[in-house]
Design a protein around this ligand. Structure first.
Ligand SMILES: NC(=O)c1ccc[n+]([C@@H]2O[C@H](COP(=O)([O-])OP(=O)(O)OC[C@H]3O[C@@H](n4cnc5c(N)ncnc54)[C@H](O)[C@@H]3O)[C@@H](O)[C@H]2O)c1
Length: 376
Protein backbone atom coordinates (compact mmCIF):
# COMPACT_ATOMS: atom_id res chain seq x y z
CA UNK A 1 0.00 0.00 0.00
CA UNK A 2 1.42 3.38 -1.01
CA UNK A 3 2.63 5.76 1.65
CA UNK A 4 0.92 9.03 0.88
CA UNK A 5 1.13 10.62 4.30
CA UNK A 6 3.89 13.08 3.52
CA UNK A 7 1.97 14.71 0.66
CA UNK A 8 -1.46 14.38 2.18
CA UNK A 9 -0.44 16.14 5.36
CA UNK A 10 1.88 18.86 4.18
CA UNK A 11 -0.65 21.54 5.14
CA UNK A 12 -0.78 20.08 8.64
CA UNK A 13 3.00 20.26 8.83
CA UNK A 14 3.07 23.93 7.91
CA UNK A 15 0.02 24.87 10.00
CA UNK A 16 1.69 23.29 13.02
CA UNK A 17 4.66 25.57 12.59
CA UNK A 18 4.28 26.91 16.08
CA UNK A 19 4.73 23.42 17.42
CA UNK A 20 7.65 22.83 15.10
CA UNK A 21 9.42 25.82 16.57
CA UNK A 22 10.26 23.64 19.58
CA UNK A 23 13.02 22.41 17.31
CA UNK A 24 15.26 19.65 18.51
CA UNK A 25 17.52 20.83 21.30
CA UNK A 26 20.42 18.50 21.74
CA UNK A 27 20.76 17.60 25.37
CA UNK A 28 23.34 15.60 27.23
CA UNK A 29 21.85 13.29 29.81
CA UNK A 30 23.95 11.75 32.58
CA UNK A 31 21.51 9.46 34.37
CA UNK A 32 18.21 8.09 33.08
CA UNK A 33 15.53 6.11 34.88
CA UNK A 34 13.64 3.78 32.57
CA UNK A 35 10.45 2.36 34.10
CA UNK A 36 9.42 -0.83 32.31
CA UNK A 37 13.03 -1.05 31.16
CA UNK A 38 13.06 -4.84 31.23
CA UNK A 39 10.31 -5.03 28.63
CA UNK A 40 10.53 -5.32 24.87
CA UNK A 41 10.97 -1.62 24.00
CA UNK A 42 12.57 -0.80 27.36
CA UNK A 43 15.43 -3.26 26.89
CA UNK A 44 16.35 -1.74 23.53
CA UNK A 45 16.02 1.75 24.99
CA UNK A 46 18.32 0.97 27.96
CA UNK A 47 20.87 -0.40 25.51
CA UNK A 48 20.74 2.73 23.33
CA UNK A 49 21.12 5.00 26.36
CA UNK A 50 24.14 3.06 27.59
CA UNK A 51 25.64 3.30 24.10
CA UNK A 52 25.31 7.09 24.41
CA UNK A 53 27.25 7.05 27.68
CA UNK A 54 24.23 7.55 29.95
CA UNK A 55 23.98 5.78 33.32
CA UNK A 56 20.72 3.83 33.41
CA UNK A 57 18.53 2.75 36.30
CA UNK A 58 15.93 0.30 35.05
CA UNK A 59 12.83 -0.15 37.22
CA UNK A 60 10.56 -3.09 36.51
CA UNK A 61 8.31 -5.58 38.27
CA UNK A 62 8.87 -8.23 35.55
CA UNK A 63 5.12 -8.75 35.15
CA UNK A 64 5.40 -8.78 31.35
CA UNK A 65 9.11 -8.06 30.99
CA UNK A 66 12.03 -10.16 32.10
CA UNK A 67 15.51 -9.70 33.57
CA UNK A 68 16.64 -11.72 30.53
CA UNK A 69 15.89 -8.70 28.33
CA UNK A 70 18.59 -6.69 30.10
CA UNK A 71 20.89 -9.44 31.39
CA UNK A 72 23.45 -8.59 28.70
CA UNK A 73 23.62 -5.00 30.01
CA UNK A 74 24.48 -5.86 33.60
CA UNK A 75 28.24 -5.82 33.39
CA UNK A 76 28.87 -5.26 29.70
CA UNK A 77 29.29 -1.53 29.90
CA UNK A 78 31.44 -0.72 32.90
CA UNK A 79 32.32 2.90 33.24
CA UNK A 80 36.07 3.25 32.73
CA UNK A 81 36.10 6.39 34.83
CA UNK A 82 34.79 4.57 37.88
CA UNK A 83 36.33 1.89 40.05
CA UNK A 84 35.83 -1.64 38.82
CA UNK A 85 32.44 -3.01 39.70
CA UNK A 86 30.59 0.29 39.37
CA UNK A 87 28.48 -0.49 36.38
CA UNK A 88 26.49 2.15 34.58
CA UNK A 89 23.46 -0.13 34.51
CA UNK A 90 21.31 -0.73 37.58
CA UNK A 91 18.27 -2.96 37.78
CA UNK A 92 15.67 -2.25 40.48
CA UNK A 93 12.74 -4.60 40.99
CA UNK A 94 9.72 -2.51 41.97
CA UNK A 95 6.00 -2.41 41.26
CA UNK A 96 4.90 1.10 40.35
CA UNK A 97 1.36 0.44 41.53
CA UNK A 98 2.75 0.38 45.09
CA UNK A 99 3.17 3.72 46.89
CA UNK A 100 6.84 4.49 47.47
CA UNK A 101 7.94 2.20 44.63
CA UNK A 102 10.57 4.69 43.49
CA UNK A 103 11.92 5.53 46.93
CA UNK A 104 14.99 3.35 46.32
CA UNK A 105 15.77 5.06 43.03
CA UNK A 106 18.54 7.68 43.09
CA UNK A 107 17.33 11.27 42.65
CA UNK A 108 20.36 12.53 40.74
CA UNK A 109 18.59 11.80 37.46
CA UNK A 110 18.05 14.12 34.54
CA UNK A 111 15.79 11.93 32.41
CA UNK A 112 12.80 9.74 33.34
CA UNK A 113 11.41 7.55 30.57
CA UNK A 114 8.13 6.07 31.76
CA UNK A 115 7.30 2.86 29.90
CA UNK A 116 5.97 0.64 32.70
CA UNK A 117 2.59 -0.72 31.67
CA UNK A 118 1.11 -3.93 30.39
CA UNK A 119 1.15 -3.35 26.62
CA UNK A 120 -0.36 -6.38 24.92
CA UNK A 121 -4.05 -7.25 25.03
CA UNK A 122 -3.26 -10.54 26.75
CA UNK A 123 -1.37 -8.66 29.46
CA UNK A 124 -3.82 -5.84 30.07
CA UNK A 125 -6.96 -7.95 29.79
CA UNK A 126 -5.60 -10.34 32.41
CA UNK A 127 -4.63 -7.50 34.79
CA UNK A 128 -7.24 -4.80 34.18
CA UNK A 129 -7.12 -3.08 37.57
CA UNK A 130 -3.30 -3.14 37.71
CA UNK A 131 -3.24 -1.64 34.20
CA UNK A 132 -5.28 1.35 35.38
CA UNK A 133 -3.18 1.61 38.54
CA UNK A 134 0.15 1.73 36.74
CA UNK A 135 -1.25 4.35 34.35
CA UNK A 136 -2.50 6.46 37.27
CA UNK A 137 -0.42 5.92 40.43
CA UNK A 138 2.56 4.62 38.48
CA UNK A 139 2.65 7.61 36.16
CA UNK A 140 2.23 9.98 39.11
CA UNK A 141 5.18 8.44 40.95
CA UNK A 142 7.34 8.67 37.84
CA UNK A 143 6.28 12.30 37.38
CA UNK A 144 7.03 13.05 41.04
CA UNK A 145 10.52 11.64 40.60
CA UNK A 146 11.09 13.83 37.53
CA UNK A 147 9.70 16.89 39.26
CA UNK A 148 11.83 16.41 42.38
CA UNK A 149 14.95 15.85 40.29
CA UNK A 150 14.21 18.61 37.77
CA UNK A 151 14.50 15.93 35.08
CA UNK A 152 13.04 15.69 31.59
CA UNK A 153 10.07 13.25 31.66
CA UNK A 154 8.84 11.20 28.72
CA UNK A 155 5.57 9.25 28.76
CA UNK A 156 5.28 6.23 26.48
CA UNK A 157 1.69 6.70 25.38
CA UNK A 158 0.02 4.84 22.57
CA UNK A 159 -1.96 5.05 19.36
CA UNK A 160 -4.70 3.34 21.38
CA UNK A 161 -5.67 6.80 22.67
CA UNK A 162 -7.22 7.25 19.19
CA UNK A 163 -9.37 4.13 19.77
CA UNK A 164 -11.11 2.97 16.59
CA UNK A 165 -10.28 6.16 14.71
CA UNK A 166 -12.86 8.05 12.69
CA UNK A 167 -10.15 10.01 10.84
CA UNK A 168 -7.28 8.59 8.87
CA UNK A 169 -4.32 8.85 9.15
CA UNK A 170 -4.30 9.87 12.79
CA UNK A 171 -2.91 13.27 13.62
CA UNK A 172 -1.98 14.41 17.11
CA UNK A 173 -4.87 16.89 17.24
CA UNK A 174 -7.46 14.13 16.70
CA UNK A 175 -9.19 13.40 20.03
CA UNK A 176 -9.97 9.77 19.33
CA UNK A 177 -12.89 7.40 19.39
CA UNK A 178 -12.56 5.27 22.52
CA UNK A 179 -15.21 3.12 24.18
CA UNK A 180 -14.75 4.06 27.87
CA UNK A 181 -16.25 0.82 29.18
CA UNK A 182 -15.11 -1.65 26.52
CA UNK A 183 -12.62 -4.40 27.36
CA UNK A 184 -9.70 -2.37 26.00
CA UNK A 185 -10.65 0.72 28.00
CA UNK A 186 -8.37 -0.17 30.91
CA UNK A 187 -5.42 0.39 28.60
CA UNK A 188 -6.81 3.11 26.32
CA UNK A 189 -8.35 5.23 29.06
CA UNK A 190 -5.41 4.55 31.36
CA UNK A 191 -3.06 6.04 28.79
CA UNK A 192 -5.44 8.94 28.17
CA UNK A 193 -5.42 9.66 31.92
CA UNK A 194 -1.60 9.37 31.95
CA UNK A 195 -1.43 11.96 29.15
CA UNK A 196 -3.76 14.27 31.09
CA UNK A 197 -1.70 13.86 34.27
CA UNK A 198 1.54 14.52 32.39
CA UNK A 199 0.03 17.67 30.89
CA UNK A 200 -1.17 18.80 34.33
CA UNK A 201 2.32 18.39 35.83
CA UNK A 202 3.74 20.44 32.97
CA UNK A 203 1.21 23.23 33.49
CA UNK A 204 0.85 23.22 37.27
CA UNK A 205 4.31 22.10 38.43
CA UNK A 206 6.55 23.24 35.57
CA UNK A 207 7.80 19.68 34.98
CA UNK A 208 9.62 19.34 31.67
CA UNK A 209 7.42 16.70 30.04
CA UNK A 210 7.00 15.00 26.70
CA UNK A 211 4.38 12.58 25.39
CA UNK A 212 5.14 10.02 22.68
CA UNK A 213 2.19 8.28 21.02
CA UNK A 214 3.68 4.99 19.94
CA UNK A 215 2.12 2.99 17.11
CA UNK A 216 2.54 -0.78 16.63
CA UNK A 217 6.18 -1.68 17.09
CA UNK A 218 7.83 -5.03 16.57
CA UNK A 219 11.25 -6.63 16.65
CA UNK A 220 13.55 -8.98 18.52
CA UNK A 221 12.77 -9.71 22.20
CA UNK A 222 9.00 -9.50 21.87
CA UNK A 223 7.37 -12.14 24.03
CA UNK A 224 6.22 -15.09 21.99
CA UNK A 225 3.12 -15.59 24.11
CA UNK A 226 1.63 -12.14 24.59
CA UNK A 227 -0.89 -12.27 21.76
CA UNK A 228 0.61 -9.48 19.68
CA UNK A 229 0.18 -10.07 15.99
CA UNK A 230 3.72 -10.35 14.67
CA UNK A 231 5.26 -12.65 17.31
CA UNK A 232 2.10 -14.77 17.22
CA UNK A 233 2.28 -15.14 13.43
CA UNK A 234 6.02 -15.88 13.51
CA UNK A 235 5.64 -18.50 16.23
CA UNK A 236 2.73 -20.14 14.44
CA UNK A 237 4.62 -20.16 11.14
CA UNK A 238 7.79 -21.61 12.69
CA UNK A 239 5.77 -24.28 14.49
CA UNK A 240 3.91 -25.24 11.31
CA UNK A 241 0.56 -24.24 12.82
CA UNK A 242 -2.16 -22.25 11.03
CA UNK A 243 -1.83 -18.48 11.29
CA UNK A 244 -4.94 -17.10 13.02
CA UNK A 245 -6.01 -13.95 11.18
CA UNK A 246 -8.82 -11.95 12.76
CA UNK A 247 -11.85 -11.01 10.66
CA UNK A 248 -11.13 -11.18 6.94
CA UNK A 249 -7.63 -9.75 7.41
CA UNK A 250 -8.42 -6.55 5.51
CA UNK A 251 -7.93 -4.34 8.59
CA UNK A 252 -4.65 -2.43 8.49
CA UNK A 253 -1.72 -1.81 10.78
CA UNK A 254 1.41 0.28 10.35
CA UNK A 255 4.28 -1.52 11.99
CA UNK A 256 7.51 0.15 13.10
CA UNK A 257 10.81 -1.61 13.72
CA UNK A 258 11.98 -1.21 17.31
CA UNK A 259 15.32 0.46 16.49
CA UNK A 260 13.45 3.24 14.68
CA UNK A 261 11.12 3.72 17.62
CA UNK A 262 14.00 3.94 20.09
CA UNK A 263 15.69 6.56 17.90
CA UNK A 264 12.41 8.52 17.88
CA UNK A 265 11.98 8.31 21.65
CA UNK A 266 15.50 9.61 22.19
CA UNK A 267 15.00 12.40 19.64
CA UNK A 268 11.90 13.47 21.54
CA UNK A 269 13.73 13.28 24.88
CA UNK A 270 16.54 15.39 23.37
CA UNK A 271 14.12 18.07 22.19
CA UNK A 272 12.07 20.65 24.05
CA UNK A 273 8.87 19.39 22.46
CA UNK A 274 6.02 18.61 24.91
CA UNK A 275 4.10 16.51 22.41
CA UNK A 276 2.07 14.53 21.95
CA UNK A 277 4.12 13.30 19.02
CA UNK A 278 3.18 10.29 16.92
CA UNK A 279 6.00 7.77 16.45
CA UNK A 280 5.38 4.97 14.02
CA UNK A 281 5.70 3.75 10.50
CA UNK A 282 3.69 5.36 7.71
CA UNK A 283 3.62 2.18 5.67
CA UNK A 284 0.18 0.63 5.99
CA UNK A 285 -0.22 -3.12 5.59
CA UNK A 286 -3.30 -5.30 5.82
CA UNK A 287 -3.17 -7.99 8.48
CA UNK A 288 -3.59 -10.57 5.70
CA UNK A 289 -0.50 -9.15 3.96
CA UNK A 290 1.50 -9.29 7.19
CA UNK A 291 0.51 -12.96 7.60
CA UNK A 292 1.49 -13.72 3.99
CA UNK A 293 4.86 -11.99 4.42
CA UNK A 294 5.56 -13.94 7.62
CA UNK A 295 4.84 -17.18 5.77
CA UNK A 296 7.19 -16.17 2.96
CA UNK A 297 9.99 -15.03 5.32
CA UNK A 298 9.85 -18.17 7.45
CA UNK A 299 9.42 -20.47 4.44
CA UNK A 300 6.57 -22.07 6.34
CA UNK A 301 3.92 -24.21 4.70
CA UNK A 302 1.38 -23.24 7.39
CA UNK A 303 -2.09 -22.28 6.28
CA UNK A 304 -4.11 -19.24 7.31
CA UNK A 305 -7.37 -19.49 9.24
CA UNK A 306 -9.79 -16.67 9.98
CA UNK A 307 -11.11 -16.10 13.51
CA UNK A 308 -13.58 -13.61 15.01
CA UNK A 309 -12.53 -9.98 15.24
CA UNK A 310 -12.06 -8.93 18.86
CA UNK A 311 -14.41 -6.31 20.32
CA UNK A 312 -13.48 -2.70 19.47
CA UNK A 313 -10.63 -3.82 17.21
CA UNK A 314 -9.62 -0.78 15.15
CA UNK A 315 -10.17 -1.14 11.39
CA UNK A 316 -7.35 1.13 10.29
CA UNK A 317 -4.25 2.48 11.96
CA UNK A 318 -1.67 4.74 10.44
CA UNK A 319 0.09 7.67 12.08
CA UNK A 320 0.46 11.06 10.52
CA UNK A 321 4.13 11.55 11.39
CA UNK A 322 4.60 14.99 9.88
CA UNK A 323 5.15 16.55 13.32
CA UNK A 324 7.94 14.07 14.16
CA UNK A 325 9.48 14.73 10.75
CA UNK A 326 9.37 18.51 10.96
CA UNK A 327 10.12 19.01 14.65
CA UNK A 328 12.46 16.10 15.34
CA UNK A 329 13.80 15.25 11.90
CA UNK A 330 12.62 11.70 12.61
CA UNK A 331 11.01 9.07 10.46
CA UNK A 332 11.02 5.29 10.48
CA UNK A 333 13.69 4.12 8.06
CA UNK A 334 13.76 0.33 8.45
CA UNK A 335 11.59 -1.17 5.72
CA UNK A 336 9.20 -3.97 6.56
CA UNK A 337 11.07 -6.79 4.76
CA UNK A 338 14.31 -5.89 6.58
CA UNK A 339 12.67 -5.60 10.00
CA UNK A 340 10.70 -8.78 9.51
CA UNK A 341 13.84 -10.64 8.44
CA UNK A 342 15.68 -9.58 11.60
CA UNK A 343 12.71 -10.47 13.78
CA UNK A 344 12.25 -13.92 12.29
CA UNK A 345 16.00 -14.57 12.61
CA UNK A 346 15.86 -13.62 16.28
CA UNK A 347 12.89 -15.89 17.02
CA UNK A 348 14.55 -18.74 15.17
CA UNK A 349 17.90 -18.30 16.94
CA UNK A 350 16.42 -17.78 20.38
CA UNK A 351 13.73 -20.38 20.39
CA UNK A 352 14.98 -23.13 18.10
CA UNK A 353 17.32 -24.55 20.71
CA UNK A 354 14.74 -24.49 23.47
CA UNK A 355 12.29 -26.94 21.94
CA UNK A 356 9.61 -24.26 22.05
CA UNK A 357 8.93 -24.27 18.34
CA UNK A 358 7.00 -27.49 18.28
CA UNK A 359 4.19 -29.03 20.22
CA UNK A 360 1.98 -27.98 23.07
CA UNK A 361 4.85 -26.71 25.19
CA UNK A 362 5.27 -23.72 22.90
CA UNK A 363 4.19 -20.52 24.65
CA UNK A 364 0.73 -19.46 23.53
CA UNK A 365 0.22 -22.62 21.50
CA UNK A 366 -3.32 -23.16 20.39
CA UNK A 367 -4.76 -19.93 21.75
CA UNK A 368 -7.55 -18.86 19.44
CA UNK A 369 -7.09 -15.42 17.95
CA UNK A 370 -3.44 -15.24 18.87
CA UNK A 371 -2.56 -14.05 15.41
CA UNK A 372 -5.09 -11.30 15.08
CA UNK A 373 -4.41 -7.66 14.63
CA UNK A 374 -5.05 -6.88 18.25
CA UNK A 375 -3.35 -4.07 20.01
CA UNK A 376 0.23 -3.16 19.45
N1 LIG B 1 5.32 -2.18 21.59
C1 LIG B 1 4.37 -1.43 21.07
O1 LIG B 1 3.94 -1.67 19.92
C2 LIG B 1 3.81 -0.25 21.82
C3 LIG B 1 2.86 0.55 21.18
C4 LIG B 1 2.31 1.62 21.89
C5 LIG B 1 2.72 1.91 23.17
N2 LIG B 1 3.65 1.12 23.76
C6 LIG B 1 4.03 1.45 25.12
O2 LIG B 1 5.42 1.30 25.29
C7 LIG B 1 5.69 0.79 26.60
C8 LIG B 1 6.55 -0.47 26.48
O3 LIG B 1 5.81 -1.46 25.75
P1 LIG B 1 6.44 -2.88 25.40
O4 LIG B 1 5.92 -3.26 24.08
O5 LIG B 1 7.91 -2.85 25.63
O6 LIG B 1 5.72 -3.79 26.48
P2 LIG B 1 6.36 -4.80 27.55
O7 LIG B 1 5.22 -5.48 28.21
O8 LIG B 1 7.38 -5.64 26.90
O9 LIG B 1 7.07 -3.79 28.54
C9 LIG B 1 6.40 -3.16 29.61
C10 LIG B 1 7.28 -3.33 30.85
O10 LIG B 1 6.63 -2.68 31.96
C11 LIG B 1 6.76 -3.53 33.09
N3 LIG B 1 5.69 -3.23 34.02
C12 LIG B 1 4.36 -3.42 33.84
N4 LIG B 1 3.68 -3.04 34.93
C13 LIG B 1 4.60 -2.59 35.83
C14 LIG B 1 4.51 -2.09 37.15
N5 LIG B 1 3.34 -1.99 37.79
N6 LIG B 1 5.66 -1.73 37.77
C15 LIG B 1 6.86 -1.84 37.15
N7 LIG B 1 6.99 -2.32 35.90
C16 LIG B 1 5.88 -2.69 35.24
C17 LIG B 1 6.69 -4.94 32.53
O11 LIG B 1 7.24 -5.94 33.39
C18 LIG B 1 7.49 -4.78 31.24
O12 LIG B 1 8.86 -5.02 31.45
C19 LIG B 1 4.35 0.57 27.28
O13 LIG B 1 4.06 1.68 28.09
C20 LIG B 1 3.37 0.51 26.13
O14 LIG B 1 2.10 0.96 26.51
C21 LIG B 1 4.20 0.03 23.13
Amino acid sequence: MADTSEHATSSHASSSHARSSHAAASRTFRHAVVTGGAGFVGGHLCEALLDRGVTVTCVDDFSSGSPANVAHLDDARLDDARPAGHARFHLVEADLTRPGALDAVPTDVDLVLHLASPASPVAYLSRPVETLQVASLGTQQALDLARAAGARFLLASTSEVYGDPAVHPQREDYWGNVNPIGPRSVYDEGKRYAEALTTAYRGACGTDTAIARIFNTYGPRMRADDGRMIPAFVMQALAGEPLTVAGDGSQTRSVCYVDDLVRGLLALADSDLPGPVNLGSSTELTVAQIAADVLAETGSSSTTVFVDLPEDDPRRRRPDTSLARSALGWRATTDWPTGLGRTVAWFRDTLAGTGQLTGAGRPGAGRAGAGDGLGE
